[in-house]
Design a binder for this molecule. Structure first.
Ligand code: AQP
Length: 337
């Protein structure tokens, strides 16, 4: 008898236009995993509203993110692809799990600390949603009995808190949830900001030169790589005191599969211009077919709708079973339907 496939859950927020950080940290690896695992890939729009979104931009980006998933090679026949707000079990389970989560542990999350500081400094208010974000993420993951969560390194803390919440629930009642593990890629685990390579590249950055978008055109990509911050050492070396160069090497290596040693010897005694140029061209070569496909897919809204509807039905069916289990264990009276 064939072994049951392990389950994968992952998602990206349509909180901005997707960057190559999202691509190398998440998407590119999803594509590699889709044959071996039972995968749920979600456009996590409920997460995006933890900071204020312009409604029309959110709508446009949600469909664009879905199109990017498909264009990057996620096969809708093999995977469950859906939009988070279409599956109400996520919000419901998040409420239940909120009651198994401590405020102190949420306040310790690095992402909460940095985002609340950023939005506070910009004069905005910090929503309770921003604090509760990891609980919704825990619900997303636990509702599918997920084994593995392929994410970038920045999400490690969120996987840990998911495990803590799951264990707390399991211990309070009886084993209910699978304890998920993070699945972090080797190259591209953390793509850094092009203007400040000590910070991660983020789609919500206020400085467009700090990131490369999946949909940036070749001229823009060349300019951004050309202007990116490096150092005055003039040596292509994979070293912590050269974070800008290290970042470009990670990107080049994630695209071409070249090892860091190979890149170092290829550009020995050559300065940065050729290395930057080759990196830009490699990014362009990687992204151009994806961009063409995204534009084609966005012209066929009916096709996209068929995919997200079918995905939501399957996701609801699977997640509702676990939600019912949670409700029963907590002591709620089952509804007879
Ligand atoms: N710079 C990055 N390097 C590697 N992986 C990254 N990811 C994000 N940035 C990088 C991975 O992309 C997936 C989706 O992330 P998300 O959209 O849910 O939220 P995020 O991690 O907060 O991403 P951003 O781009 O920084 O979004 P904003 O600016 O809205 O917060 C995750 O797997 C993440 O690890």
């Amino acid at each position: 008898m064939e072994d049951k496939k392990k389950v994968i859950f992952s998602g990206i927020q349509p909180s901005g236009n997707l960057t190559i950080g999202n691509y190398f940290g998440a998407l590119k690896n999803w594509v590699k995993l889709q044959d071996k695992y039972d995968c749920y890939f979600c456009v996590v729009d409920l997460h995006a509203i933890t900071v204020r979104q312009e409604p029309k931009d959110l709508r446009r980006r949600t469909l664009e993110v879905l199109a990017i998933y498909l264009a990057a090679g996620i096969d809708p026949e093999k995977n469950t692809i859906f939009i988070q707000s279409h599956v109400p079990t996520h919000s419901e389970a998040a409420w239940l799990l909120n009651c198994f989560t401590y405020v102190g542990e949420l306040e310790r999350m690095t992402q909460y600390k940095s985002k609340s500081k950023k939005y506070g400094a910009e004069g905005g208010t910090v929503s309770a949603g921003l604090l509760n974000y990891p609980v919704l993420m825990a619900a997303d993951i636990l509702l599918y009995n997920t084994d593995l969560v392929p994410v970038g390194k920045d999400q490690t803390q969120h996987i840990e808190i998911t495990r803590d919440i799951a264990e707390r629930f399991n211990n309070a009642y009886s084993p209910t949830f699978t304890l998920p593990e993070g699945y972090i890629p080797e190259d591209g685990a953390k793509i850094m900001d092009l203007q400040d390579p000590t910070k991660k590249m983020s789609k919500s950055s206020n400085n467009p030169n700090s990131y490369i978008l999946i949909m940036d055109n070749p001229e823009v990509i060349r300019k951004k790589i050309n202007r990116c911050v490096t150092d005055s050492l003039g040596k292509v070396r994979y070293a912590d005191d050269q974070p800008g160069i290290k970042n470009l090497m990670n990107i080049l290596s994630a695209i071409t599969g070249m090892s860091h040693e190979t890149i170092e010897s290829k550009y020995e005694n050559k300065g940065y211009a050729e290395f930057k140029n080759d990196t830009a061209e490699a990014i362009i070569k990687e992204l151009t077919p994806i961009q063409n496909k995204v534009n084609e897919l966005l012209g066929d809204k009916k096709y996209l709708e068929d995919i997200y509807k079918k995905g939501a039905e399957k996701a609801y069916y699977v997640s509702n079973k676990i939600l019912r289990k949670m409700q029963k264990k907590i002591g709620f009276i089952p509804v007879s339907r």
